[in-house]
Each structure stands twice: as structure tokens, then as C-alpha cells.
Design a protein around this ligand. Sequence first.
Ligand code: NZQ
Ligand code: ZN
Length: 391
Amino acid sequence: MRNFDFYSPTRVFFGKGRHEQIGEIIKEYGFRKILLHYGGGSIKRTGLYDVVTKALKNSGIDYVELGGVRPNPVLSLVKKGIELCREEKIELVLAVGGGSVIDSAKLIAVGTMNDCDPWLIVTKEVTPKAALPVGTILTLSATGSETSSSAVITNEELKLKRGYGSDFNRPLFSILNPELTFTVPPYQTACGIVDIMMHTLERYMTQKGEVDITDRIAEAVLKSTIRAGRIVMENPYDYDARATIMWAGSISHNDLTGAGRDYFMITHQLQHEISGMFEIVAHGAGRAVVFPAWLKYTYKQNLSRVCQYAVRVWNCEMDFENPEKTALSGIEETEKYFKSLGMPLTLGELGIGEESIKEMAAKCTNYGTRLLPGFMRYEEKELEEIYRLCL
Ligand code: NZQ
Ligand code: ZN
């Protein structure tokens, strides 16, 4: 087991009706003026906006609004949010929505307190020194941004989607009411399930040997997410299944499932280049395409780990004479499951062809300036081959 720091300071308010307490919660922390940040309108359609604004008013919390965050959130809106926070002397940014809204809120909160172009924070050229606190009301289980230290933003001018990590990104509190996810459409629900599995697998599919407790936690998260995923695709109003997925999302990316292991971001990066160039592609859908291809390309580099995954997560039989067969059956089960959720498995299904591969691979390596780790270290040529396996 590797040495590790575990820091997950976000206070989680979980369960039915918890979002109605938003006014009291903010008041208890002592904040008086907040930025209410949200997306393209789902919170208005579901009635959540009315509940939240009423609760804020009842508790005497003054708020300024900034809606319009789009999936794969953009830098220009972040800059607008920063100006607003400075002008209005905002004390806390409240994100009401999915990962895109939360990430946009995180960079607004950090950007407000650091006098620089916020893109320099994303590209890690400037290390942030302070941030406004962020609170969240989560409406979509997927990214784990409600407890994670990361934020992912697209620079529309450069057509680059990049993530950065900082403990300033950890929300102060997150309200998780599974009922708020009942209205998430099936495709988006499926994207979320894939993303949760990926956060767990990016830590699981690493080189470090014996970390039994972390492996078992990760396998439990995977197995219960897979099971609950099947249930919500049949019945989107199943509270316990939605609750399982919501909690799995939060613990899959707060570093618990990686304690003592490495964290290989390779499939994340392969997907970020897809959504960076083709903003229409949902994060989870891109992940469903690249993960099985990456594993097919690379499983021989760590055969025992992929076999462990196949046997413990998918109940595949261990073939001691032919372990490759076991590993491949685990990959096949993963693909079958993604397909059953309605996820794409090829770039073609996302409308992307061979002509984009060279550019995506070059961007993955920041134009040849870095190697991506993950079972082996990948250069541009290998990344192109992985993308080609996705065609
Ligand atoms: O914008 P609105 O109108 O709210 O609609 C959203 C959006 O269209 C809709 N939606 C959200 N909650 C809903 C709902 N529709 C009906 N009912 C509800 N309750 O769903 C659509 C997608 O929302 P979005 O926030 O984009 O999805 P997600 O949560 O998957 O976030 C994706 C973004 O997070 C980043 C991704 O790269 C992507 O940009 N990630 C952030 C991470 C982090 N900060 O730790 C890690 C993740 O792996 C990921 O990279
Ligand atoms: Zn992700």
C-alpha cells in the first residue's frame, strides 16, 4: 500500500427533503449573500428553483443569480461569474445542478479570490491562494464533483477541455437528495453510471500490488452501482437504487476508492479530447467508448488485475490455463453492460471518424510534451492506436 493523505472535508446532507433546509444551512454557516449558480433550466422545469429561492428568502439570505451553465462548462461564463462575485461582494457560491454547474461554480469561487486569468489556474500555471466557499445541491449522480477536489472547464477559444485539482475545490457542503435525480433522462442517467464506474476503475486499474481493503471497497462500489443501474433503467423512481448511485458517485471520486493506490487518468484524458472538440458528446458517453478500447489495448500489461476485475466484479470464471480469456471476458461483460444502458461503444456512434484521431491524440499529450501513465506510458502513436480501436 502506498503512503497517502486522505482529506474529504465536505459535509454531506443526504436524503429526502434535505434541499429544503438550504436557507437554514447557509444561515448556520453565517453567510448572508450568495451567488445562485445553475444550468440551462432543468431546475426551473422541475420546480427545484422555486423551492430553493423560497428557502433562501425565508432565512433572509440575499442572492444574485447566474444561470446558463451548459454541459461541458465554458470559461466565458466563469469569467462573468467572477465579475459578478467581486461586484456583489458574494460570500458563498451555491451550485444547483450536475457536475457542469458545480465545476463552473468551483472555478468562479477560486477565480474571484485570485487576481489572474482563471484559465491559468486550470492549466496549473498559477497556484490558487484562496477561494470563496462552495455549496452544492446535486441534481445528477455522475461526476462526484460534489465531494471531489477537481473541476473541468472548456476554453471555447482554444477548443480545449482541461481539469485541475485543488483542495480549494472541495465543496464546504453538498446536499444529496436522490429524489432530485428522478427526472434525469435515461441517457444522462446511463452516462452518470458509466462515469461513477470509471472514477472507481481509474484507481482500480493501476499497478500497485496488495491494497486489499481499497480493492474491496472499489469492487463493492462497482457491483452496487451496476445492480442499481439496472434497476433505475427499468424504474427511474426507485428511491433506493437512485440513492445507491448517488452515494456511489460521491465516494467514487473523493479518493476513498483509491487510498493506497495510484490514479491513472488516461481514459479521462482520452475522453476530454473528445468532448473538447465535440462539445455535444456527454462525458459518460465518451468514457463508455474509450475505456473498453484502452483495456483491450493494454490488459496484457497487468493481466492479473484485469482477471481480478473480471472474476470479482463480473463473476467470470477464472481460467488458470488461459488467463487472457478471463480478462477478455471481463472486458466483454463491461461492454455488454454499457450497451444495455444504451451507451455508445464506438466513435462512429458519436459521429467521429478517423480524420479527428491525430488531433485528439496530439492534444492528449499536450502536443508531445507529456506521456500519459496507465499500466504503461503512452505516447501519441499509442494513443492514436487506442482511438483507432474505438472506431
Ligand atoms: O443544464 P440543465 O438544464 O440543468 O440540464 C442538465 C444538463 O443538460 C441535465 N440535468 C441535470 N440534472 C437534471 C437534469 N435534467 C433533468 N433532471 C435533473 N435532475 O443533465 C445535463 C447534463 O448535466 P451535466 O452537469 O453536464 O452532467 P454531469 O453531471 O455528467 O457533468 C459533466 C461535466 O463534469 C465534468 C465532465 O468533464 C463534464 O464537463 N467532470 C467533473 C469531475 C469533477 N469535477 O470531479 C469529474 C468527472 O469525471 C467529470 O470529468
Ligand atoms: Zn469524468
